[in-house]
Design a protein around this ligand. Structure first.
Ligand SMILES: [Ca+2]
Ligand SMILES: [Ca+2]
Length: 400
């Protein structure tokens, strides 16, 4: 109960008691007695008792209410609220030809006619979105945001240098991986709110498939509000070629993330770890639920698996999605937390709330796909939108 509600409630109780007592006293004195027989007897003999009775009752009740009020005030703690997020930026390519990768689509003379103007519009759009995420509680954008589908550190630096991003003090991290299109996951943090400890990348190697390549996983360690935190940023293999056929690759990628989690937890079982990314699978799929072992409920996470997926019920029960896959909603963009971020003890950083950032400006407004993410391109046609994914974000709290 917050202070305003408590005040309102107390006011109602006081007024009510006052009216009752006034009526009671008036009735007692005026008509002899309408109360209990023993009370009436008392009043008949000593009318002054009726008044004293009411006054005493008021004083006692006032004491109780004042005690309750101050008790509630003492329990009311204040918290720091912070925000982290993940966003698939959908092909944040620069306009320069990199001969080592297949970026031909995204060149000024390429099939998408990816000119400087379009690139600048894309950067502006991404900055617009990022700096609004979490503005219910924190202005200027999340403290940390994992991203995917970025060509290189230079493109991510161009994003961090957008005026809105620069005002929030964002610093980019990206480590090149082996993806054939050259896209990588990256990380942006606000230097006044996050202290970087280190960043490393982890590669998936599949023994019997030497030609298979996917995005590396980025592991970032840092400090938020005095607590050490670990982020594993992911972009798991896509479903192209079929969901079933491609599932073993996502399972292998999930195992890579799980191994990283286990190695961190071997040192500190209560380590605060975030596994975030475009997993190209839903929270209910085997890769996430069985291989990564991201439990649907907190109890299982605390007692057995060590990982909790707040997006499981969001997807399964509430039907919320972050991207449309084959004409139906999916929730590929997820943030999963370790058990060190769960529990009632808020003296260290804890999970508060998980959401999908799906404001109207990010949605297509017309046509058969109204309500779906408003994209940069659809079927090779430039739309000037944002991304085919909505960002996922999470609020964390810690006692002041
Ligand atoms: Ca390029
Ligand atoms: Ca790259």
């Amino acid at each position: 109960m917050n202070r305003t509600t408590l005040f309102a409630l107390l006011k109602i109780i006081f007024s009510f008691l006052l009216i009752i007592n006034k009526l009671e006293t008036y009735a007692f004195l005026r008509a002899g007695c309408f109360g209990k027989p023993e009370k009436c007897l008392l009043i008949e003999k000593f009318p002054i008792f009726a008044i004293q009775f009411s006054v005493m009752k008021n004083i006692i009740l006032t004491f109780i209410l004042v005690a309750v009020f101050f008790g509630a005030q003492a329990q009311e703690k204040s918290y720091n609220v912070t925000c982290i997020a993940f966003y698939n930026l959908e092909n944040l390519f620069d306009t320069i030809n990199d001969p080592n990768i297949n970026d031909e689509e995204f060149l000024p003379e390429g099939s998408n006619r990816w000119t400087g103007d379009k690139y600048l519009e894309k950067l502006g759009h991404m900055a617009d979105v990022i700096t609004q995420i979490g503005d219910e509680h924190i202005k200027g954008g999340p403290v940390c945001i994992g991203v995917s589908e970025v060509e290189n550190i230079s493109a991510l630096t161009d994003l961090a240098n957008q005026p809105k991003m620069k005002a929030s003090g964002y610093v980019p991290i990206l480590i090149e991986g082996p993806d054939r299109r050259g896209v990588d996951v990256g990380f942006l943090y606000r230097k006044d709110l996050f202290t970087l400890v280190n960043a490393t990348s982890h590669r998936l190697v599949v023994a019997d498939q030497p030609n298979f390549r996917t995005r590396d996983q980025l592991l970032v360690k840092g400090i938020i509000l005095g607590d050490t935190v670990h982020f594993i940023v992911n972009h798991w293999p896509s479903r192209s070629g079929g969901e079933k056929r491609s599932a073993p690759m996502r399972a292998a990628t999930a195992q890579l993330a799980r191994t990283t989690v286990d190695s961190i937890m071997a040192v500190n079982p209560n380590a605060k770890i975030f596994i975030m990314g475009d997993l190209n699978d839903n929270p209910t799929n085997a890769s996430v639920y069985k291989v990564l072992k991201a439990a649907r409920d907190k109890e299982t996470a605390i007692n057995i698996t060590g990982l909790y997926n707040p997006m499981y019920n969001m997807f399964k029960v509430q039907g919320i999605g972050s991207n449309a896959y084959r004409d139906s909603w999916s929730l590929f963009d997820q943030i999963i937390v370790s058990k060190g971020l769960l529990g009632d003890d808020k003296s260290t950083l804890k999970l508060y709330k998980t959401l999908i950032f799906n404001r109207n400006f990010l949605k297509q407004t017309e046509g058969a796909f109204a309500g779906y993410p408003f994209r940069t391109y659809v079927g090779g046609q430039y739309q000037g939108g944002y991304s085919d994914h909505f960002p996922a974000y999470m609020f964390l709290i810690k006692e002041k």
